[in-house]
Design a protein around this ligand. Structure first.
Ligand SMILES: Cc1cc2nc3c(=O)[nH]c(=O)nc-3n(C[C@H](O)[C@H](O)[C@H](O)COP(=O)(O)O)c2cc1C
Length: 188
């Protein structure tokens, strides 16, 4: 059985759920993807780039101006060769930036330059999630064709119970498979 080799960008933002993206990276690699992780500077407070570099077997992009050894900026070359951009976990802040086209870090610049399918898995405190601003931003993304993997209800890291917990790995992977066909065997 052949597995496809697809370049998938995994965006990780500054949520307490960032550690769950480590397992997601492993799962994507297991299905045969070439995974490039982009972390926001705030995500680095939760998980180190070295962890993602080791798991993804690729360099990790954090700073917009870090990698200047090639003539083409990293955020443009990654955007050109990827088949999908998965942002998990997506903070309220990153969702707001995506909705409004802000591009002040490597992840959001890449997202703006990227023309392919985008999958966003929000994770945040219930108040942040239910806030009209976040809901309006999510609606903007939905209307734009972004695949949202809805957060789950349950116990949150902030000590409360409610909606906002990152969707399960299985749900995120199902969205990736649906959108990209990753892991499907090639036709004989
Ligand atoms: C311990 C801790 C946990 C946080 N978890 C979340 C979270 O799950 N979701 C979220 O939207 N913001 C969370 N925040 C707030 C974000 O880190 C903050 O809004 C930051 O500006 C996000 O930056 P980024 O979107 O560029 O990664 C958390 C902050 C702290 C200190």
């Amino acid at each position: 059985m052949m597995t496809s080799t697809m370049t998938i960008l995994l965006g990780v933002s500054g949520s307490i759920a960032a550690y769950k993206a480590c397992e997601l990276t492993r799962e994507l690699i297991k299905r045969g993807a070439d995974v490039h992780v982009l972390m926001t500077p705030h995500a680095v407070a939760f998980v180190t780039p070295m962890t993602f570099q080791t798991l993804s077997r690729n360099p990790v992009t954090v700073g917009l101006f870090d990698q200047i050894d090639e003539w083409k900026p990293e955020h443009i070359s990654l955007a050109e060769r990827a088949v999908a951009l998965v942002i998990a976990p997506a903070t309220a802040n990153v969702i707001a930036k995506l909705a409004h086209g802000l591009a002040d870090d490597a992840l959001t610049s890449t997202a703006l330059a990227f023309n392919g399918p985008v999958i966003v898995a929000p994770a945040m405190n219930t108040g942040m999630y239910r806030h009209p601003a976040t809901q309006a931003n999510l609606q903007t993304l939905r209307a734009r064709g972004v695949e949202l993997v809805e957060p789950e209800a349950g116990e949150l890291a902030c000590g409360t119970v409610g909606v906002g917990r990152l969707a399960s790995l299985a749900h995120i992977m199902a969205a990736v498979e649906r959108v990209t066909g990753l892991g499907r065997s090639a036709p004989a």
